[in-house]
Design a protein around this ligand. Structure first.
Ligand SMILES: Cc1cc2nc3c(=O)[nH]c(=O)nc-3n(C[C@H](O)[C@H](O)[C@H](O)COP(=O)(O)OP(=O)(O)OC[C@H]3O[C@@H](n4cnc5c(N)ncnc54)[C@H](O)[C@@H]3O)c2cc1C
Ligand SMILES: Cc1cc2nc3c(=O)[nH]c(=O)nc-3n(C[C@H](O)[C@H](O)[C@H](O)COP(=O)(O)O)c2cc1C
Ligand code: SF4
Length: 629
């Protein structure tokens, strides 16, 4: 099944064509059940303009369209119902969030208005009314979202619920709200309407819901109103926020053991989910009884065609998810969902893309085999062009990054692109550093320069400073698989703020007795999704890495790095430095463009060679270019 994923595809709170396509394509790919994004049940849980209020009658037609598009493909459509309570991820403006108690939300530190008994009744009623609306619109059921620290978790957990009335205190009191919601929906919508429940499995905070407490809660609520399926989310919006969306640094299936234990809480079928990354893992989950259903969230964002491809024995044609959480970052920053590896996300035909053959077959020479070059070459060849790829090695910067601790998933994206290039007949010439003459020797009609970018020496270094080395050059030389611990200090200057740079820091922490990170900003990680950043900090602090914010290096000489505070200019020295490496803004490797264009050649720059950005930008731009060639 496809679990709830907010895609930010609504506009002014209304279902759009892309909302419908997003769900229809997941159904077309072959899943048995699609759960909608969290639908807002009441205005006191303020929906952003890109979210969907279930309580707004103007959305009824839109919900009907979603139900029709999914159910007509022999797939059940279930609407997820939620109320955020104090955990408003979007600024609520003048509206004050409702909450269970006056404790602040651990993410935004918002102190909510404490719900009165009549306000509680109003929100219970809103859940029930929303379920009834979806039933009338043709949905097969609803899933009540009680996990991830939203309002219902806030009621269930003693960590957030300090009420002294009948909605707080013991298990009976803390489960009352959820029991009223479930009973109300069952009564209103009848026994044939699917009723799912997403439970907090483990809040992963001291004093919060533990797996054994979760099992007790489930027993209590489902003995009163049996549910048709249950799943277990992890974490809340505190420092355990990252645990609800385990990134590439987590092992695969990190919560399956907990989910196995939680089964004991109810007879209901269990949906297992959380970084299940392949058909073999999914099958094992069902075979060993961990789950009766398997939820695949990000995997189906990256490729909704996964079920159909696996069924036909073509799992190697699945566009992989690399568990980078860029999709989540896009959504929580208010932008439309986007996926690094899937440029077609949320468009019609996404589950089984129809390639538009080129009108005129051309000789295309692509230079550089990073993510941009590989994607352009494969997609252009897929359209019928005769493509040659000239490259030193396959994979570019992404291949280097994939060798770093916790970054192995990135290699999956490269391997997939390489398979696609081979399948579509791209002629790959390796160990080539392409010059103008070498490119022209291919007699191309079109040249695509996917030659990447290089890091620039930190500008603030004194003229007589030793240069140090870019992390890119360091990675080219170092063996990431092992080596002796070096006494002394490695200094990493972080003027980049991406996950890849912190993975370099993780590697340095394994290699050097001491590691110091300098950064000119007052904090780390502006380019890292917040969920992943929690893991970055955790790893760095646990490894004893020293972080010096608001600082930039001014001199590296004789094993000493001197740095200055960017606000005061005050300088400090790090001694016994054995490595000074920097991750800095890059400049494009575009030197071949001008001479080739001057000779009358059609030249395109793509990825970092056009302008140094990210893997997402490089892959999306490459796909767009290939579709235009
Ligand atoms: C340290 C670091 C961390 C990063 N972290 C992240 C991150 O966490 N998330 C993210 O999204 N992005 C990150 N990025 C950026 C991301 O890696 C790049 O934006 C992306 O990989 C660019 O891909 P590309 O194909 O355009 O270029 P590249 O990957 O640089 O590929 C270009 C290739 O062309 C080759 N080449 C150049 N000239 C020639 C020639 N004349 N002949 C033959 N071959 C040639 C190069 O050697 C290289 O192999 C990071 C980058 C760095 C350096
Ligand atoms: C962009 C994004 C938005 C999400 N929105 C919701 C949501 O609205 N409700 C919810 O319960 N879970 C939400 N999730 C979590 C997923 O339902 C699922 O629990 C999670 O992705 C773990 O499964 P996976 O590892 O297969 O991706 C979201 C996940 C992502 C990536
Ligand atoms: S953006 Fe990253 S985590 Fe999200 S679906 Fe795509 S590859 Fe997976």
């Amino acid at each position: 099944m496809f679990p709830a994923v907010i895609p930010n595809l609504a506009r002014q709170g209304r279902v759009t064509d892309r909302t419908v396509a997003f769900y229809a394509e997941r159904a077309a790919g072959g899943v048995a059940l699609v759960v909608s994004e969290g639908l807002f049940v009441h205005g006191s849980s303020v929906p952003p303009p890109t979210g969907l209020p279930a309580f707004d009658p103007a959305n009824f037609d839109g919900f009907q369209r979603i139900a029709e598009a999914v159910e007509s493909q022999d797939c059940r459509m279930v609407g997820q119902l939620f109320h955020m309570g104090r955990q408003q991820l979007w600024t609520p403006g003048a509206a004050s969030p409702l909450g269970v108690s006056s404790r602040p939300d651990p993410f935004r530190w918002t102190v909510p208005h404490v719900m009165s008994i009549s306000e509680i009744a109003m929100v219970v009623e809103a859940f029930v009314a929303s379920a009834a609306t979806l039933r009338r619109a043709g949905f097969s059921g609803v899933e009540v979202h009680a996990a991830h620290g939203h309002l219902i978790t806030q009621f269930l957990s003693s960590w957030s619920n300090t009420r002294e009335d009948e909605y707080g205190g013991d298990l009976d009191g803390r489960t009352r709200f959820l029991r009223e919601v479930l009973a109300g929906i069952r009564t209103e919508c009848g026994p044939d309407f699917l009723l799912g429940l997403k439970m907090p499995g483990d809040e992963l905070v001291d004093g919060g819901i533990t797996p054994s407490e979760s099992a007790r809660i489930l027993q209590r609520v489902s003995s009163e109103t049996p549910v048709d399926y249950v799943g277990f989310g992890q974490g809340n919006s505190s420092l355990s926020f990252g645990d609800h969306l385990p990134d590439m640094h987590y092992p695969t299936g990190p919560y399956l053991r907990t989910q196995r234990e939680l089964r004991a809480g109810s007879d209901a079928p269990v949906v297992a989910f959380g970084r299940i990354t392949s058909a073999a893992e999914a099958e094992a989950v069902v075979r060993d009884g961990t789950g009766d259903l398997v939820g695949l969230g990000r995997l189906l964002l990256a490729d909704p065609g996964f079920p159909a491809k696996v069924q036909s024995g073509r799992e190697d044609a699945v566009q992989p998810c690399i568990y980078c959480n860029a999709c989540w970052a896009e959504v929580t920053q208010g932008r439309t969902i986007a996926c690094v590896t899937n440029p077609r996300l949320g468009t019609t035909g996404e589950a089984a893309p129809q390639v538009k053959p080129a009108l005129t077959k051309r000789r295309v020479t692509v230079v550089g085999a990073g993510v941009a070059g590989l994607r352009t070459a494969a997609a252009a060849a897929g359209r019928g062009h005769e493509v040659t790829l000239l490259a030193g090695q396959l994979g570019g910067k992404a291949r280097l990054e994939s060798q770093l601790p916790g970054r192995r998933d990135i290699a999956k994206a490269l391997d997939y692109q390489q398979r696609q290039a081979v399948e579509h007949g791209v002629r790959i010439e390796l160990d080539v550093f392409a010059t103008e003459e070498r490119v022209l020797a291919e007699r191309p009609d079109t040249v695509v320069l996917a030659t990447g970018s290089r890091m620039v020496r930190p500008l603030g270094l004194d003229a007589d400073s030793e240069p140090g080395t870019s992390v890119r050059d360091y990675l080219d030389e170092v063996d990431c698989t092992g080596g002796d611990l070096v006494d002394g200090t490695a200094v990493l200057y972080d003027f980049d703020h991406t996950g890849g740079t912190y993975a370099v820091a993780d590697l340095l922490a394994q290699r050097y007795r001491h590691v110091t990170i300098l950064t000119p900003r007052p904090h780390l990680g502006d380019g890292v999704p917040y969920l992943n950043l929690l893991g970055v900090y955790r790893r760095l602090y646990e490894a004893g890495v020293r972080i010096v914010p608001s600082s930039e290096p001014v001199l590296c000489k004789d094993n000493v790095v001197r740095y200055a505070n960017v606000f005061t200019g005050e300088t400090t020295e790090v001694e016994d430095v054995r490595l000074f490496t920097w991750s800095t803004p890059r400049e494009p490797n575009d030197e071949l463009a001008a001479p080739l264009a001057a000779g009358g050649m059609e030249v395109h720059l793509v990825g970092d060679a056009y302008s140094p950005r990210s893997m997402l930008a490089a892959i999306h731009e490459a796909q767009t270019l290939a579709e235009r060639l």
